[in-house]
Design a protein around this ligand. Structure first.
Ligand code: NAP
Length: 297
């Protein structure tokens, strides 16, 4: 159900392809972003922070990415909503970010394709002038046991979940190194820390993201750029909706909190790492939002 109209400026490979009128509402702000930093446009009632950061969230048409985008919107930030194929969902995220008090555009780009990533960053800088924060969230699963896994099932997951993070990081670094400031948050997974039967491709990609995070943190620190990882456990989204209720019931038995997580619970930590001044001295680390599933690992 659509609760509001949206301005959905959609880029495909860096080109605006659609736009429509919007309305929006006010929102809550965390304490360190004082209300004086927020301006309201009389024509739109939109509230964007004067010191708003431009934050590119890959794969934010749905799931965790969408929740992260809306959380950032509620702080009056400017969000670039990247998606692969779900244009309508991306436009709804754009509308929700604006309704929450931020600004947003949608850009279609396949994170596994370095040329499309280049165009996406060009589109983002054309629209907002720069990109201050990169949240590498886009991800897919192609689960099956190792013995049955076809080369394309292996490769597709590596391409999006690992190579995509590398391509986006490289494109972001070109911008951030000149400014000598920036933050990167990589959404990995507990599966990259503890493994999971049927997810060898996914576990390898997500473990790779953790290694990439640590290397990039060491490489980029001298340029004032922090790089951190968020490792969600099992979180309610389209990704986990594919799993059978029986499997999820078994999974929940192994989660000390006894339930799946919510996308908003991942968004809260991601917001802290992306924006809070207290996160300036945190780099190269993984933080779990997993209800305790990886305790002891
Ligand atoms: P989801 O609901 O399936 O959403 C995936 C998002 O990624 C969508 O916005 C999708 O865009 C986008 N995407 C997929 N392939 C892409 C590509 N090649 N290029 C650009 N965007 C692409 O997944 P989710 O559960 O929110 O997961 C988000 C991230 O959290 C993933 O990295 C996932 O591995 C990680 N994670 C999730 C869980 C969990 O339990 N849900 C746990 C640990 C880690 P379209 O809508 O256009 O397809």
């Amino acid at each position: 159900m659509k609760l509001f109209q949206s301005t959905a400026i959609t880029f495909i490979a860096g080109t605006i392809v659609s736009a429509s009128a919007f309305t929006s509402s006010t929102s809550a702000f965390i304490p360190h972003l004082a209300r004086s930093n927020v301006r309201a446009s009389s024509s739109t009632m939109q509230m964007v922070a004067d010191d708003a950061k431009v934050i590119l969230v890959t794969g934010s048409s749905r799931g965790l990415g969408r929740s992260i985008a809306i959380e950032l919107g509620s702080l009056g930030q400017k969000v670039v909503v990247n998606y692969a194929g779900s244009k309508d969902a991306a436009e709804e995220t754009v509308a929700a970010v604006k309704a929450a008090g931020g600004d947003a555009i949608a850009i279609q780009a396949n994170c596994a394709n370095p040329d499309e990533i280049k165009d996406m960053f060009q589109g983002a800088t054309d629209a907002f002038g720069t990109v201050d924060v990169l949240i590498n969230n886009a991800g897919i699963t192609k689960d099956t046991l190792v013995m049955r896994m076809k080369p394309d099932q292996w490769q597709d997951v590596i391409d999006v979940n690992l190579s995509g993070v590398f391509y986006c990081t490289q494109a972001f670094f070109k911008l951030a190194m000149k400014k000598r400031t920036g933050r990167i948050i990589n959404i990995s997974s507990v599966v990259g820390q503890i493994g999971n039967p049927g997810q060898a491709n996914y576990a390898a990609a997500k473990a790779g993201v953790i290694g990439l995070t640590m290397s990039n943190a060491k490489e980029f620190s001298a340029r004032g750029i922090t790089v951190n990882c968020v490792c969600p456990g099992f979180i309610e989204s389209d990704m986990t909706a594919k799993l059978s209720p029986e499997y999820l019931e078994t999974v929940c038995k192994g989660i000390p909190a006894g339930r799946l997580g919510k996308p908003e619970e991942v968004a809260g930590l991601t917001r802290f790492l992306a924006l809070d001044p207290a996160a300036d001295y945190i780099t190269g680390h993984c933080f779990n939002v997993d209800g305790g599933i990886a305790i002891g690992s």
